[in-house]
Design a protein around this ligand. Structure first.
Ligand SMILES: Nc1ncnc2c1ncn2[C@@H]1O[C@H](COP(=O)(O)OP(=O)(O)OP(=O)(O)O)[C@@H](O)[C@H]1O
Ligand SMILES: [Mg+2]
Length: 479
């Protein structure tokens, strides 16, 4: 493996890397940095925690130092927290250059951002929605001369998930020069390759790590099979166990909704665990403050929705718990990738109910690794079950007495109006969709139950047959 100098980086940059403990290039850096320095578009697909950020930050800084001017590079990323993290990498590595960066994300003051943009920063790191808002509403800055467009978590930016970035991306691409270098990075690029290729125009250099598995070897991947009602008791038991057995630990727990995130946080606090939450219904400043407290280990447990699933680099995280089994293998890969980063060890534990088994199978198929069962003393879990469930109910009642649901509804309506949609019409559509979904779920459950019954029946028959054969044999052998 080569060193950073032989990849074409200047001494000052190599020194800067060393100060951060970045001494030898990781494979994604080894392969992508020279291609980017050559002027090629690049698509880099490498596992979580493998140093993709430096793989694009370093060559951009190198080029910037050779020819510095105005807005030189635009980085787009799906979440606000990630935008801050990427900007920080640029700032730290680009310190000797006197690099000026600017972060454009939602939930922060637009006027201040507009001023910063008009000051011609070298690097702009943005979430697509807010940057598109600035483009629509002002002409005080120009990006017509940028040299680099970078899409970190590129597949997320281009897929049509619950937050759809495609319209905002169109607005942004509309003001960028056609002649530019486009760099796309993610741990899961492969299923959006076609969309990505249409953005990276000049025959992109494509690099993908060769390993068969899609998660890192240092990650111990576990599951616990549990009935829905016992899930929380398992969770409390697991955390208690880690607290008892380890001095230095921090845990991220992923859950599927903001409400569940809120309830779990309240519950864990009732059990005196130092817990803090991160979800999209919180005010932005609170989100940043909570994440900072978790990073500084003031709080050891972070309960988050998928807003924290991608990109966040927090070296102290030793455990990731999936309170719900992710519906998509891709989401699983990113969630568990919050631990076992940059060669460290880590554990992930996924709580699986009987209805999620098919999800686990598709995750295993995608990552080419079998999850192992996590051994638990069931007696201990059952001994706290009633207490845990009573606490949950109390927390639910407490949350109902706040205006959490109401706020959620108002936020949603605001968002829909901003998108030019009719909230009432959308609500009716959603209700119909929910109905279809629940019918489908029931149908699926029925089929699964039927299959299981059939399997049990077949097994019973087999056993009976075996028994009969044995009896027959015994009868024949009798003198
Ligand atoms: N060459 C290197 N040697 C050692 N550590 C490195 C190297 N390059 C980067 N790192 C460190 O590895 C950690 C993970 O890097 P980074 O966040 O860029 O991962 P990533 O590939 O973007 O992961 P994800 O897919 O989760 O976003 C960071 O703390 C970074 O400082
Ligand atoms: Mg990353």
């Amino acid at each position: 493996m080569s060193d950073f100098v032989s990849l074409g980086l200047s001494d000052w940059l190599v020194k800067q890397c060393q100060q951060l403990g970045i001494n030898k290039p990781t494979p994604v850096q080894d392969n992508c940095v020279p291609a980017i320095l050559e002027g090629r578009d690049c698509m880099g697909c490498a596992k979580t925690g493998s140093g993709k950020t430096a793989a694009f930050v370093l060559p951009v800084l190198q080029k910037l130092s050779e020819d510095p001017y105005g807005i030189f590079c635009l980085v787009l990323t799906p979440t606000r927290e990630l935008a801050y993290q990427i900007a920080e990498q640029f700032r730290v590595l680009g310190k000797p250059l006197g690099l000026r960066d600017c972060i454009i994300v939602g939930g922060m003051d637009m006027v201040t951002q507009a001023l910063e943009l008009s000051n011609q920063p070298h690097v702009v790191v943005a979430t697509p929605g807010r940057l598109a808002d600035h483009i629509r509403s002002s002409n005080t800055f120009s990006m017509s001369k940028i040299k680099f467009l970078i899409l970190d978590e590129a597949d997320r930016l281009l897929e049509q998930g619950c937050t759809d970035f495609t319209k905002d991306l169109e607005v942004i691409l509309g003001i960028l020069p056609a002649k530019r270098q486009t760099l796309l990075f993610s741990a899961t690029l492969t299923d959006t390759l076609q969309e990505l290729k249409s953005i990276a125009m000049n025959k992109p250099f494509f690099w993908e790590s060769k390993s068969e598995t899609r998660t890192v070897e240092e990650l111990d991947q576990r599951y616990i099979l549990t009935p829905e009602k016992v899930k929380d008791a398992y969770l409390i038991h697991l955390i208690q166990k880690f607290t008892d057995e380890h001095d230095d630990w921090s845990i991220i727990i992923f859950t599927n909704t903001c409400k569940s995130c809120q309830i779990l946080t309240m519950m864990l606090r009732e059990f005196n665990f130092p817990t803090i939450s991160l979800h999209s219904m919180m005010k932005q400043k609170q989100r940043f403050a909570n994440l900072a407290k978790f990073k500084a280990s003031v709080y050891k447990i972070l309960i988050a929705t998928d807003v924290a699933a991608r990109g966040l680099d927090i070296p102290t995280v030793q455990v990731v718990i999936n309170h719900n089994t992710p519906g998509l293998p891709k989401i699983y890969i990113h969630r568990v990738g919050r631990t076992a980063r940059a060669g460290r060890n880590g554990v992930s534990i996924t709580l699986v109910t009987q209805y999620d088994i098919h999800l686990v199978h598709s995750i295993e198929e995608q990552i080419q690794t079998k999850l192992k069962e996590y051994p638990v003393e069931e007696k201990e879990v059952l001994s706290i079950l009633t207490q845990v469930n009573v606490t949950r109910r109390e927390c639910e009642i407490k949350l109902e007495s706040t205006d959490f649901d109401e706020k959620k509804e108002i936020n949603k309506r605001k968002q829909l109006i901003l998108e030019g949609k009719d909230p009432d019409l959308e609500a009716r559509r959603k209700a119909e969709l929910e109905k279809i979904k629940s019918q489908k779920k029931k149908f699926k459950q029925k089929i699964q139950e039927h299959i299981q019954r059939q399997k049990r029946g077949q097994l019973k028959k087999k056993l009976m047959k075996k028994k009969q054969m044995k009896n027959k044999k015994a009868a024949q052998e009798k003198p």
